[in-house]
Design a protein. Structure first.
Length: 440
């Protein structure tokens, strides 16, 4: 395999901001703004798990900001000190993730196990209940008749709008009520394992040859871990983070010329949640133009299909009710996901607004599909950018959505810079048909 083409350099104001003072200036800004966000959340949020997270995370972010400030001052007085380099920044990131995610997560899990009923978001309860049903009935889903039989106030929690694989994170709760059986604990374990593997993939000996690339990988991990939108989500709910981490792993595998494993990783994400399916489509498109489409598609499509088949055989109507009718707004109750993005505002304010928002969403999907057909992404970086911008548009236009879903496009767009791996030949541009032969 040829490895002669150098990594493309990022230029422009975003690169200058990211690399100012060796990356420490942006680190300081990230932690300081996050500390303010956590403090405001602790003081004003109407969601009790969020308030509890903010009360703990504010101190973790403040400590991280102080450490980053100390590193910045040390760099000015002692340039080149090991305490200001990328490894030291990694240490601060890991410590911050521990204090703003793992610590509040464990605190809330312990309090919940002791009897507190206000220490988990509804999705945690839904996933744990789906795990129990999977053990008892062979399917994580309730059928429409069973949901209709529930009291009106409980029908929403009767829905499981996830793919069957998500129920695996609730299996521990079916066996025990201890704090460690909380689904969030297992979301965190899955997220950490996927991200560690992604970093290891990108840190192959020839792949971590430059300080710039090492810093780009670190920034990508920060976006998926200590950024408040991710930290808050994992500590209080968390079902999106393993999906995101597996998608980032898939892109890292694509960047290092492992198309088959990239398909498996995004397939595992697709077996958890529908949000990974557009990423799978982009990676299949990338694989086709890199002469590896079948290898990507085998995992990207095969793993979700294998997860769906058993539940389809047990109760197909329950599967359709939960993963299709409810997310599309045709369930017995409406989704509570109603953040004021354009799609939701159109759906609520205009006559036939839901149909208008749906038409705009379909039109956007058609534009992206045409783009993929005419100019498929030839590099993993380009694939990450398509995923990021495409999901951003989709989230803005969806009639029912949440602010928390923004963690996907933000993480993909930041992660893109880490996918220019030194030592792995990439096309010089999206119009260059030459590049690494993935059959080699």
């Amino acid at each position: 395999m040829s490895t002669t083409t150098p990594t493309r350099r990022r230029t422009g104001w975003s690169h200058r901001l990211d690399t100012a003072a060796g990356g420490l200036a942006l680190d300081l800004g990230l932690y300081a703004v996050s500390a303010a966000f956590a403090a405001i959340t602790a003081a004003t949020s109407t969601l009790l798990p969020h308030r509890a997270w903010g009360g703990v995370a504010a101190f973790g972010y403040l400590a991280a900001a102080i450490m980053a400030l100390g590193q910045l001052m040390l760099r000015r007085h002692r340039p080149g000190s090991a305490l200001t380099g990328v490894p030291a920044r990694w240490l601060v990131t890991v410590l911050t993730w521990t204090t703003v995610v793992l610590l509040p997560l464990v605190v809330q899990s312990v309090q919940r196990a002791a009897g507190r009923t206000d220490r988990a978001q509804e999705e945690v309860l839904v996933v744990e209940e789906s795990g129990r049903r999977l053990v008892e009935t062979g399917t994580p889903y309730l059928g429409p008749d069973a949901i209709a039989a529930l009291p009106p106030g409980e029908q929403l929690l009767g829905y499981t709008p996830y793919q069957p694989g998500m129920a695996l994170f609730g299996l521990a709760r079916a066996a025990s009520d201890a704090w460690w059986s909380d689904a969030r604990v297992w979301f965190a374990v899955g997220t950490a394992l996927a991200l560690l593997l992604a970093v290891r993939v990108l840190r192959r000996p020839e792949g971590m040859a430059t300080v710039g690339h090492a810093a780009a990988v670190l920034r990508g991990v920060q976006a998926a871990t200590v950024l408040p939108i991710c930290a808050l989500t994992l500590a209080t709910g968390g079902d999106d983070l393993p999906v995101l981490a597996l998608c980032l792993l898939a892109l890292a595998l694509a960047a290092t010329a492992r198309p088959g494993w990239a398909g498996v990783a995004v397939g595992l994400a697709g077996a958890l949640k529908l949000f990974a399916w557009p990423v799978a489509a982009v990676l299949v498109s990338w694989g086709i133009c890199r002469r590896a489409g079948l290898r990507v598609a085998a995992g990207a499509l095969g793993v979700p299909a294998a997860a769906l088949l058993p539940t389809l055989l047990v109760d197909s109507d329950a599967l359709v009710e939960n993963v299709l009718r409810f997310p599309l707004g045709h369930g017995l109750v409406s989704s509570p996901a109603q953040s004021p993005f354009p799609g939701h505002l159109i759906a609520e304010a205009l006559p036939a607004g839901r149909a208008v928002a749906a038409a705009l969403l379909v039109a956007a999907a058609a534009v992206i599909a045409v783009r993929l057909a005419r100019r498929p992404p030839r590099t993993a970086r380009a694939a990450a950018l398509v995923c990021g911008y495409g999901l951003l548009v989709a989230i803005l236009l969806m009639p029912s959505t949440r602010f928390g879903y923004l963690l996907y496009p933000v993480a993909f767009l930041v992660w893109a810079a880490a996918l220019d791996v030194p030592g792995i030949r990439q096309p010089a541009s999206e119009d260059d048909p030459q590049g690494v032969d993935l059959k080699a």
